[in-house]
Write a protein that binds this ligand. Structure first.
Ligand code: 5GP
Length: 388
């Protein structure tokens, strides 16, 4: 899991920024959550504590500064403080979402400078300063002095706009939303995908633990459980058909956002070399950065894999531990990472044998998979053989 990227949206007050952000949030499709800032200003109109801002007293805001609770904070207007709470970022990042920061230009530029490529900064601007003043006046929530202060501030902010990654003029709301959306999609959609290949005959809890550990604990966003083709002439009781194994994998992954089933190898020429699969996927999904996930047992013999060096160089490899095959992560070459996933000493061979002898496998395979195996009578010897 990446901790999520940071999308900084800044705009002079009254530019329609909140409306644009709300529209983006409601649109769906991009995994992002709004970081609720803290401020010592009073709620305006229908604003709610904990939703629009965490409204703090002067005293509490100062305490939060002293307690190092802020990633950044600014005195955006004299005596009016606004700050991004570290706890908000942690909350959102731990959910694996991108974080949307609605912050002023000073805060925005500071966060961008600190995060570099991990952050996208977008500046939304009014068509003209006059339109901005009119919008603030028609909003009817601010005094004349406050409007003057906001317009002065807007001039300063617009001067900083060229330092943002992207600028959007909010002339027409729908078009502004669309433009911001397109900019975010272009930035956000790059995903790091780990290819976890196997026969999954059947998929078991050990596979799922490794896959979820890697998707949840490393910089890999998604793990694609990639089914390798079996000899099509194999009899069903030796294993299961490609369709069975695919069904079981689909059941195991369910609707997970981070664990996906990949069946491309089933349609590729045999023998199916991993390097070809990775290159095929790279061409087919240009928005993804693919890498290979293998167990430490395979790592021991990886130099015998077809185009092993190319795989490491072009894609990188993540090795997870397998019982009986210890790896010293310090000795791994460049391009090879170690994922210290919990190990479960469970194998598909063991499960097939257990099932053929009617031994229970509850919790050793995902629930739906157990049902599928029983229903389809997989891994059972045919009646005539069983009687022998
Ligand atoms: P408003 O009072 O109109 O809600 O917000 C005033 C300004 O404060 C806006 O430019 C907004 O982007 C900025 N702001 C809101 N939250 C934060 C924050 O957490 N940090 C910083 N630096 N600015 C913020």
């Amino acid at each position: 899991m990446t901790t999520g990227k940071v999308i900084i949206i800044s705009a002079p007050s009254g530019c329609g920024k909140s409306t644009i952000i709300n529209a983006l949030m409601n649109e769906g499709g991009i995994n992002m959550q709004f970081s609720v800032s803290a401020t010592n200003r009073a709620p305006r109109g229908s604003e709610q504590d904990g939703v629009d801002y965490h409204f703090l007293s002067d005293h509490d805001f100062r305490e939060a500064i002293a307690g190092d609770a802020f990633l950044e904070y600014e005195e955006v207007y004299p005596g009016r403080f606004y700050g991004t709470l570290k706890s908000e970022i942690d909350r959102i990042a731990s959910a694996g979402s991108n974080v949307v920061l609605d912050i002023d230009v000073n805060g925005g530029l500071r966060v961008k400078q600190a995060l570099g490529e991990e952050a996208l900064s977008i500046f939304i601007e009014p068509p003209t300063i006059e339109t901005l003043r009119q919008r603030l006046e028609s909003r009817g929530t601010d005094s004349i002095e406050s409007i003057d202060a906001r317009v002065d501030r807007a001039r300063y902010e617009i001067d900083q706009a060229p330092r943002y990654d992207a600028r959007v003029v909010n002339d027409d709301l729908n078009s502004a939303v669309e433009q911001v959306w397109a900019i975010i999609v272009q930035f956000e959609v790059r995903k790091r995908v780990g290819i976890f290949g196997g026969s999954f005959n059947p998929v078991h809890t050990g596979h799922m633990i490794v896959a979820s550990y890697i998707a949840g604990w490393t910089d890999i966003d998604e793990v694609w459980l990639t089914l390798s083709p079996e000899n099509p002439l194999k009899r069903r009781h030796d294993g299961a058909t490609d369709a069975d194994r695919l069904s079981m994998l689909r059941t195991a992954c369910g609707n997970s956002d981070t664990l996906k089933v990949c069946d491309v190898e089933l349609g590729m020429p045999r023998p199916s070399y991993t390097v070809n699969t990775l290159r095929f996927l790279r061409d087919r999904y240009p928005e993804c950065d693919f890498t290979l996930i293998i167990g430490s047992d395979n790592w021991k013999i990886f130099d015998r894999w077809h185009a092993a060096e190319e795989i490491i160089k072009e894609f990188g490899v993540t090795v997870y531990p397998r019982p009986g095959y210890p790896v010293d992560s310090r000795t791994l070459p460049e391009g090879v990472a170690y994922a210290d996933a919990p190990t479960v000493s469970l194998s598909s061979t063991f499960l097939r044998q257990a099932i053929s002898r009617d031994m229970p496998v509850r919790h050793m395979v995902p629930d739906g998979v157990e049902q599928y195996i029983l229903q389809e009578r997989l891994y059972k010897k045919p009646e005539h053989e069983a009687q022998q």
